[in-house]
Design a protein around this ligand. Structure first.
Ligand code: ADP
Length: 503
C-alpha cells in the first residue's frame, strides 16, 4: 500500500506499451516499472495500464477479471484484468491489463512481428489502449477507482487526451510524456474515422501531421501538460534540428513543458548484488570489478588482458545511437590499443557492418546481435568505459547504469547526456563532480579525440580511481525526479498551472 503522507493520496493512471521485466524494447520499459514504484513510495496511488501481450499474460500471476468492456465501437471485444507486478525488493505495482486477444495475443514484439515488420494494425492496437485509458480517466469508467491524472507515455497512448477532449462529462487531467520525439505514431488520414475520432479533429489544430494523423501530435496538442525526460531535451525539441516538425507546437506550449531526468532502479542495477555479474563489487571493494572484465573478455573471445582499455556499448543499433560513427572510429580505437564490446539490435544494414567489423578484428572487437538483459549488465560492469555517441538522446539510461557501475561513460554532448554526465577536466576531477567524458559535435575526429582523452586518464591509475569513485557516489535514484512528478500531478489535479519544473 502507498505510504500515508500529509497530502491526500493522489491517484494516477500510468499508460505504457512496455514494462520491465515483462516486456521491454528500450528505456521506456525500465522507466515504466521504476518510476511508478518510486511514486508509490511517495504515497501516490499509481496504477499501470498495459496491453495483454503473451509476455504480460504469462508473466503476471493471480490475475483477476475486473470487467468486460463490452463491444466498444470500432474495436474487437476486450476486458480488463487486475494483477500486481513485483518490482525488486521495493514492492508491488498494481497493473490493469487490457486483454484483447484479437489485438495483442500474438508472438513477436510489442510493435513488430517476429520478422521485424511493424504490425499492420498498430493504429487499432494502440488506438484501443488510448481509448481505454480515456474511458478509465472519465466518469464513463466501469471501475470505481478513478485517476485524478492520466500520465500518457509516448505515441502509443497519445490519443488518450484526444478521446478525452470529446468527452462531455468529468475527466482526469492529462500529462503527455515524450520519451523520444522520433517516434510519432503516424498513420493514414483514414485512421481518424476508423478509430472513432471526430472528423474535425483532423486539423492542424488537432491530430493532423503533414497530411497524415499522428498519435503523438494528438497527445501534445490536447494534453494539459507535457513532460520530457531531461531539461536539455525539453529545450531541444522546440528547435527545428530536433523538433521533428513539431517544434512550432512545442515552442507555442513552452510554458507547459517540463524537463525531468530519469532515475534508475538502484536495486536492480547494483554491482554489490547484481545476479548477472561474475563478482560483486562496491565503492570499497572496487578491485573486484576486474573479475567481471576478465569474464567478459573470456566469454566473448577477446584477448584476456587486465590492463588493456575495454570500451562497452549496449544500445539499439541505429543512426540515432551513432552506430555509424562507431563503425568509422572502431579501427582507430583498436590501435590505441583498446578493445570494444558491442551488444545491440536494430537496423539490419548497420548490424551486418558491425558483424563484419568484429570479423576483421578478432580478439579485439566483439559484436553480439540480439537483446540480452544479462549480458547488458555484465558489459556495464566489465567494461572500463561505456560509449554513447548518440546523435540525440532524450535522457538515456545506460550512461546512468554505467556510472553506478564505476564505468565512466564517453558521450556526445546532447540532450539528457549533457544533464547527467559531468565532463572530466582537472577542476571537476578535483572537486569530485567529474563523472565521464563529453565530446562536442557529432564527427569521427571529435569522437576519436574523446577516446584518446579516456585513454590518457585511464593510464593515470589514481586519477581513474577518483573518477570511478565520483561516478559510484552519485545519487542516481528516482528520489528527486519522482518528487518533481508528484509536484506536477498535484498542480494538475487541483487545476492549477504547473510551475516550470526542471530536475
Ligand atoms: P532507448 O530507450 O533510446 O533505446 P535508453 O538508454 O534510454 O535508450 O535505454 C535503453 C535500455 O534498453 C537500457 O536498459 C539498455 O540496457 C537496454 N538495451 C538496449 N539494447 C539492449 C540489448 N540489445 N540487450 C539488452 N538490453 C538492451
Amino acid at each position: 500500500m502507498p505510504r500515508k503522507t500529509s497530502h491526500s493520496p493522489l491517484s494516477v493512471l500510468f499508460i505504457t506499451p512496455e514494462i520491465h521485466p515483462l516486456i521491454k524494447t528500450g528505456g521506456l520499459g525500465d522507466v515504466s516499472s521504476s518510476l511508478p514504484s518510486a511514486l508509490r513510495q511517495l504515497g501516490v496511488d499509481v496504477r499501470v495500464l498495459i496491453p495483454g501481450y503473451p509476455q504480460v499474460m504469462s508473466g503476471l500471476k493471480n490475475k483477476r477479471r475486473l470487467v468486460d468492456l463490452g463491444p466498444l465501437a470500432h474495436f474487437p471485444p476486450a476486458a480488463l484484468l487486475s494483477a500486481r507486478l513485483q518490482v525488486g525488493d521495493s514492492g508491488e505495482i498494481p497493473v490493469i491489463i487490457l486483454d484483447c486477444p484479437g489485438l495483442y495475443q500474438r508472438e513477436g514484439g510489442p510493435y513488430m512481428d517476429p520478422s521485424g515488420h511493424e504490425w499492420p494494425d498498430n493504429a487499432l492496437r494502440f488506438g484501443l489502449l488510448s481509448r481505454v485509458g480515456a474511458i478509465l480517466s472519465s466518469d464513463a469508467s466501469p471501475l470505481k477507482w478513478r485517476p485524478q491524472v492520466v500520465h500518457c507515455n509516448d505515441w502509443q497512448s497519445g490519443l488518450t487526451p484526444a478521446y478525452l477532449n470529446t468527452h462531455r462529462g468529468k475527466r482526469s487531467a492529462t500529462l503527455m510524456e515524450i520519451h523520444n520525439l522520433a517516434f510519432q505514431g503516424v498513420f493514414p488520414p483514414g485512421s481518424v474515422a476508423q478509430l472513432g475520432l471526430p472528423a474535425d479533429s483532423f486539423n492542424i489544430n488537432g491530430l493532423e501531421y503533414y497530411g497524415q494523423m499522428s498519435f503523438l501530435k494528438a497527445g501534445l496538442y490536447y494534453s494539459d501538460h507535457i513532460v520530457s525526460v531531461s531539461p536539455t531535451y525539453a529545450r531541444e525539441i522546440q528547435t527545428s534540428e530536433l523538433g521533428f516538425g513539431l517544434q512550432g507546437l512545442l515552442s507555442g506550449r513552452r510554458n507547459q513543458i517540463s524537463g525531468i531526468v530519469n532515475g534508475i532502479d538502484t536495486l536492480e542495477w547494483d554491482p554489490s548484488s547484481d545476479p548477472h555479474l561474475n563478482r560483486h563489487y562496491s565503492l570499497s571493494k572496487i578491485n573486484n570489478k576486474s573479475a567481471n572484465k576478465r569474464s567478459l573478455q573470456q566469454s566473448l573471445g577477446l584477448t584476456v588482458d587486465p590492463d588493456i582499455l575495454l570500451f562497452g556499448m549496449v544500445s539499439r543499433i541505429a543512426h540515432q545511437k551513432g552506430s555509424d560513427l562507431l563503425l568509422q572510429v572502431a579501427p582507430h580505437l583498436t590501435r590505441i590499443p583498446a578493445q570494444l564490446v558491442i551488444l545491440g539490435s536494430g537496423e539490419p544494414a548497420l548490424e551486418s557492418q558491425l558483424m563484419q567489423l568484429a570479423k576483421n578484428y578478432p580478439g579485439k572487437i566483439s559484436v553480439s546481435i540480439g537483446f540480452d538483459e544479462s549480458l547488458s549488465h555484465l558489459i556495464e560492469a566489465g567494461s572500463d568505459c561505456f560509449l554513447m555517441p548518440s546523435r540525440f538522446e532524450p535522457c538515456g539510461l545506460n550512461q546512468l547504469y554505467s556510472q553506478r557501475y564505476g564505468t565512466p561513460p564517453l558521450v556526445h554532448a546532447t540532450g539528457g547526456l549533457i544533464d547527467t554526465v559531468v565532463d572530466c577536466i582537472p577542476s571537476t576531477l578535483s572537486d569530485g563532480t567529474a563523472s565521464g567524458f563529453l565530446f562536442q559535435s557529432m564527427n569521427p575526429n571529435n569522437f576519436l579525440a574523446g577516446i584518446r582523452r579516456v585513454s590518457t586518464l585511464y593510464r593515470d591509475k589514481p586519477a581513474w580511481r577518483r573518477l570511478q569513485k565520483n561516478c559510484m557516489s552519485k545519487d542516481l535514484s528516482w528520489r528527486v525526479s519522482a518528487e518533481s512528478y508528484l509536484e506536477i500531478y498535484r498542480s494538475l489535479a487541483s487545476g492549477l498551472p504547473v510551475s516550470q519544473t526542471v530536475a
